[in-house]
Ligand binder design. Structure first.
Ligand SMILES: Cc1cc2nc3c(=O)[nH]c(=O)nc-3n(C[C@H](O)[C@H](O)[C@H](O)COP(=O)(O)O)c2cc1C
Length: 338
């Protein structure tokens, strides 16, 4: 059977052999607490490349030390991080898989010693540390940190960059009125709350001309927060800035109940694709080839991000191909089994 899941996807000179993306997943395993890759990371990512993912998105990697969620996050805040990522890229690409990195800043969700930063001095919840409201100088430095990280990602040979604008981390905190109570040009109106992300993208665009993705949380799941309609507007602005694809997740700006079910975020990806006329990635409880194929064939999204299923099955693409009654090539060494 000819499938859409196993058809190539191309943009700006980068071609993925299929539409399966390994979703970014923090492994909290940089055990020297300096942001560097460990043998675990190589085995973890390269095995999914052997498993034939079209694209591997390396987990949220911090653009500055205070932007880590934990002190064992990966980092890309120093030129010393380039070599490790370059080696990882080379090893992944040996299997015909393309690579991306998610550039991140945890904002008020950082669980670290010392000051943590946010648009406003409002803690995430009662157990969380109260963040410092960012000064204009700190905003400028953080935008610069995203640009420096993008340049390092380029030097390390990544094919695609994704900016982490979801899950209640720094960029999402600026976007949402629940976490952004600023009264300067970075708060108040939707345009002002978008300004931080806008400037991050402008800064990244100065040093990066490859495909650019942004992950968003398309709903805050509370009445006073942002919802999918707001995000169709934001996606329109992102498109105007040259962003190529919106990776559509949801939630986690504040504690809120999320009703989950198979494909629970797909309708958000579909609405953004339709409403803003931009490519989207669907993610969230997508666990089978048939489910992924349905999403693509019905034009609900362009790429399928697989998170936890890839942690259960590094050969998910092979499993999905079998389910869709097609076959894919594996590593040459596995020919006798595949
Ligand atoms: C262990 C773990 C770590 C995660 N870390 C990240 C991350 O670094 N960046 C991100 O945007 N999402 C992260 N997520 C969310 C996943 O990328 C994905 O959106 C989510 O798990 C839903 O997809 P799934 O049902 O296929 O797992 C993480 C999820 C898990 C399970």
């Amino acid at each position: 059977m000819s499938t859409k899941l196993f058809s190539p996807w191309s943009l700006k000179g980068v071609t993925l052999k299929n539409r399966i993306v390994m979703s970014p997943m923090c492994m909290y395993s940089s055990s020297d607490r300096d942001g560097t890759l460990k043998p675990f990371h190589f085995a973890h990512y390269v095995s999914r490349a052997q498993g034939q993912a079209g694209l591997i998105m390396v987990e949220a990697s911090a653009v500055s030390p205070e932007g880590r969620i934990s002190d064992q996050d990966l980092g890309i805040w120093s030129d010393e991080h380039i070599e490790g990522f370059a080696s990882l890229n080379e090893q992944i690409k040996a299997y015909g898989t393309k690579t991306a990195i998610q550039l991140a800043h945890a904002g008020r969700k950082a669980e670290l010693d010392g000051d943590i930063l946010a648009p406003s001095s409002i803690p995430f919840d009662e157990q969380s540390k109260t963040p410092v409201e960012m000064s204009l100088g700190q905003i400028k430095n953080t935008i610069q940190a995203f640009q420096d990280a993008a340049l390092r990602a380029k030097k390390a040979g990544f094919d695609i960059i994704e900016i982490h604008g979801a899950h209640g981390y720094l960029i999402n905190e600026f976007l949402s009125p629940l976490s952004n109570h600023r009264t300067d040009e970075y708060g108040g109106s939707p345009e002002n709350r978008y300004r931080f992300l806008k400037e991050v993208i402008d800064a990244v665009n100065e040093v990066w001309d490859g495909p650019l993705f942004v992950r968003v949380s398309a709903s805050d799941y509370t009445t006073k927060g942002l919802d999918i309609t707001d995000y169709i507007g934001i996606a329109t602005w992102l498109k105007e800035q040259g962003v190529d694809l919106i990776d559509v997740s949801s939630g986690a700006v504040v504690q809120a109940r999320i009703h989950t079910f198979p494909g629970y975020q797909v309708s958000f990806a579909e609405k953004i694709k339709e409403g803003a006329g931009i490519q989207t990635g669907a993610v969230g409880l997508i666990t089978s080839g048939i489910q992924a194929e349905e999403i693509l064939q019905n034009h609900r999204a362009d790429l399928i991000f697989i998170g936890r299923e890839f942690l259960r099955d590094p050969y998910f693409p092979k499993t999905a191909a079998k389910e869709l009654r097609t076959s894919i090539e594996g590593p040459r060494q596995y020919d006798r089994a595949w």
